[in-house]
Design a binder for this molecule. Structure first.
Ligand code: MTE
Length: 336
């Protein structure tokens, strides 16, 4: 039996969240968070996870079962050996039962409720500064893409990490479909907004929908990957089906889930977490062990599904592929 010492920000459950009318604006909320409310990336050190409660999910739990998916026949996709990793893959049972997806709650057992996520029909609109804006039905979009499998590290700002076999296609191939204009400087991405389907979106404390962004140069980098599946099958809802992003050199909150809109723009997007806590979360969020978050040292990471603590690497170990993106930007807050 283990004794869990609860942190102040762990104490408040969704149902007990401070009513909106007590706050005048989001700045007020940030101050409330500093005083112990629980809406920032919170139970993030995973103490309320299956792992820590000793309730290891079983194959029978259904936690890893994806719903029937028209693209299922495309799996497993051929592995691209150019993306090998230096550590064992995280057990699927752990990766699929320890998730962040605030649309379905602030806890980690997202698998238990995310089956409400209806992934068909699903459309993705790509618009803004592009020559050929379009709205694609998800399976028509998938049909245009070659799928491949890549082994990626994933490092959450909450100081846990995993290693996962994602399936999908490079973001650059997706953007090529719509022909970005030279005036486009940023790619803004948005998750669905459907409070009926996703109970977390009834929490008006949060600036829904979830928004993330990256520069055009980052989007063109070969590591920027659109994920359709994981562990050799279509992504289960808790992973952000039917289409999410993976940016392994950045903290996990940049890897936006269940995307419905991608907009090319010349304005730097204000992201979901940045909007909530600009002193804690920035636009760039590149992994750096030497730059602590106000609540989490980033020097080490807890390896999901084990007792191992590993030293965290600059750019999560992907510096060779991405460090060049940040030349000349040293004055920017690149590591928050
Ligand atoms: N995307 C959306 N739409 N909503 C979220 O709450 N959480 C982010 C990111 N993408 C989140 C999201 C965070 S904080 C992390 S660490 C990763 O998803 C978690 O991905 P995983 O659950 O597949 O491990």
């Amino acid at each position: 039996m283990s004794i869990r010492i609860r942190k102040p920000w762990d104490m408040l459950r969704e149902s007990e969240a401070t009513p909106e009318h007590l706050f005048f604006n989001r700045r007020g909320l940030i101050k409330a968070a500093a005083a112990g409310a629980a809406f920032v990336l919170a139970g993030c050190d995973g103490e309320d996870s299956a792992a820590d409660t000793g309730r290891k999910p079983t194959a029978q739990s259904g936690a890893t079962e994806a719903p029937p998916d028209p693209s299922a026949g495309r799996y497993p996709a051929k592995r691209n050996d150019g993306f090998a990793i230096d550590r064992p893959l995280t057990d699927e049972q752990w990766a699929s039962t320890y998730n962040n997806f605030y649309e379905f709650g602030t806890h980690k057992q997202i698998w238990a409720t995310a089956d409400r996520l209806k992934t068909r029909p699903w459309t993705v609109t790509i618009d803004g500064m592009v020559a050929k804006p379009a709205t694609y039905a998800i399976d028509d979009l998938f049909a245009k893409m070659d799928f491949e499998e890549r082994l990626y590290r994933h490092r959450c700002v909450e100081a846990w990490s995993m290693a996962v076999p994602w399936t999908g296609f490079p973001l650059s191939r997706l953007l090529a479909l719509v022909e970005p204009l030279s005036s486009a400087k940023y790619v803004r991405m948005e998750t669905f907004n459907d409070p009926e389907m996703a109970p977390g979106q009834r929490q008006s404390l949060y600036p829904w929908p979830y928004v993330e962004g990256l520069t055009i140069e980052e989007a063109a980098n070969d590591l920027a990957f659109m994920v359709t599946g994981v562990y050799g099958k279509p992504a289960a809802p808790q992973f952000g089906a039917p289409l999410r992003l993976a940016l392994p050199w950045k903290y996990g909150f940049k890897s936006i889930k269940s995307i419905v809109r991608i907009t090319l723009t010349d304005q730097r997007p204000v992201t979901f977490w940045q909007d909530l806590g600009p002193d804690e979360y920035g636009f760039w969020a590149n992994v750096n062990p030497q730059v602590p978050h106000p609540r989490w040292s980033q020097a080490f990471e807890r390896v999901l599904g084990s007792d191992e603590r590993r030293p965290t690497l600059l750019f999560n170990g992907y510096g060779e592929m991405v460090a060049g993106l940040y030349k000349g930007l040293e004055r920017e807050p690149l590591y928050m």
